[in-house]
Design a protein around this ligand. Structure first.
Ligand SMILES: Cc1ncc(COP(=O)(O)O)c(C=O)c1O
Length: 449
């Protein structure tokens, strides 16, 4: 397939937005390089989305495997959620007072995730992880936080370290942004994930200062790397032994890889958890929750938590309706079925072309990597992957109406709305696209406007 993707209108809008929004976007992560007709980072402008499909402003249709970076677990505009929200918005949106739905949603959450005894709501994963570490600090009266290389917990200053850095850099907190005061790095310790001995050494040395260990239970921002057998349990045991709060950042895994998230899937119950994305099927709602004993440190005169939009009626309605659907076994059966078939189909396609590869993660969120390694365990292992081939394949897939993220570190998300025909179309597109990606040995040439 020689044709280029027609992104004329997207590009016009992008050029206009460059004058109005820094870098022309509302989130740096939305800037793509290889798919852009001007071959400088730009973004595709979307017109609408429905079910598992999206349409851009140039009329290109895509099967969507980014799903807004994960929230759309049921599908875009999923009817029961859509109807509930559009009925509720007739009764007002923000009351900034109590709402019975807060109780209903927490009850649903604690039934699905038994370690979640109490909850506070906010609007984004960033707010949830920021609150979680404050709660841990308030509870333990200690200051430092251990996080892992390649784990992303949002854009606040306290955890935006060593998220995406050169693979050969020394092991120390590496700020991912200008503008974060240097002194904050003194409150962060970074470790290599999946390394039993390294974390044990760090905890033994620093436990008197460490309030929390925060981890993504699956590396949803670094190629879907899975935990080694027993690793998450090891973290819990260390935390219990040394008086540290274990936080699972389930912003991506929560209500996605199983009804009870990663803690149910891996059978490890952390002290605190953060949720967002799938909780509201795309409506902005997030939560920090966990053991009552720890959560009760939040309150007047103690740990501050709040926000004008926290637990607004629309977000709660969306969460309530989403969770009602997520109680149905059929949802998780479908995610498992669809995702497993897709993982297998992609792997077979690469194997037929004799491409070294690895497909890893969970059927509801996984990724493929071009590597000779049979398994990879932590962020620095990604150095052994061919990102150039991924970039070419990404563009070839886009031309064929399959949208995965441009970043190989992101994961492929599946939803309840992805159908058998999406599956067949995707696998056929992969077979076609990989052929074309392989024959373009030279670097991508920037197409002229
Ligand atoms: C694991 C994890 N935690 C936190 C966040 C931040 O969530 P938000 O973008 O809603 O602030 C993300 C975002 O992708 C994430 O993947």
């Amino acid at each position: 397939m020689d044709s280029k993707l027609n992104l004329t209108k997207s590009l016009q809008l992008f050029q206009e937005s460059l004058k109005l929004l820094p870098a022309g976007t509302s989130s740096n992560a939305r800037l793509w390089k290889t798919a852009c007709p001007i071959y400088t980072p730009c973004t595709i402008f979307i017109d609408r989305a429905k079910g598992s499909h999206m349409w851009d402003v140039d009329g290109n249709e895509y099967i969507d495997y980014r799903l807004g970076y994960g929230p759309i677990i049921l599908g875009h505009g999923y009817k029961p959620v859509y109807r509930a929200v559009h009925k509720a918005d007739k009764s007002g949106i923000v009351y900034a007072l109590g709402n019975k739905l807060e109780i209903d949603v927490v009850k649903r959450m604690s039934t699905m995730v038994p370690g979640v005894e109490m909850v506070r709501f906010s609007n984004s994963g960033t707010e949830a992880t920021m609150s979680a570490i404050r709660i841990a600090r308030g509870y333990t009266k200690k200051n430092k936080i251990i996080k892992f290389e390649g784990h992303f917990h949002g854009t606040h200053d306290y955890l935006l370290f060593s998220t995406d850095f050169p693979y050969s850099a020394p092991k120390k907190p590496i700020s991912a942004s200008l503008g974060i005061p240097k002194d904050i790095s003194k409150l962060v310790l970074v470790e290599e994930w999946n390394n039993f001995e390294a974390i044990e050494r760090t905890v033994k040395k620093h436990h008197k200062d460490v309030a929390a260990i925060i981890t993504e239970p699956i590396m949803g921002n670094a190629g879907g790397i899975m935990p080694r057998e027993g690793y998450l349990k090891h973290l819990l045991e260390l935390c219990e032994r040394y008086g540290i709060v274990l936080i699972f950042d389930e912003v991506k895994t929560g209500f996605r890889i199983s009804p009870g998230g990663a803690q149910e899937f891996f059978k490890v119950r952390p002290h605190l958890s953060t949720f967002a994305k799938s909780l509201g099927n795309g409506y902005p709602i997030a939560a920090v929750g966990g053991l009552k004993d720890i959560m009760e440190v939040v309150g007047p005169g103690k740990v501050v938590h709040g926000g004008t939009f926290s637990a607004n009626a629309i977000a709660l309605t969306a969460a309530n309706a989403t969770m009602k659907e997520l109680c149905k076994e059929a949802v998780y059966d479908h995610l498992e079925w669809f995702g497993s078939k897709l993982m297998k189909g992609i792997s077979e396609c690469f194997a037929d072309h004799k491409i070294d590869h690895l497909v890893q993660g969970h059927p509801a969120m996984f990724q493929f990597l071009f590597t000779r390694r049979e398994r990879i365990y932590h962020y620095r292992d990604l150095a052994a992957c061919d990102f150039n081939l991924y970039a070419k394949l990404h563009y070839e897939l886009l031309k064929r109406g399959i949208m995965i993220d441009e970043d190989n570190g992101e994961v492929i998300f599946t939803s309840y709305s992805h159908s058998k025909s999406d599956l067949d179309q995707t696998i056929t597109a992969f077979r076609d696209a990989v052929h074309d990606a392989l024959i373009q040995r030279s670097p991508l040439i920037p197409p002229t406007l």
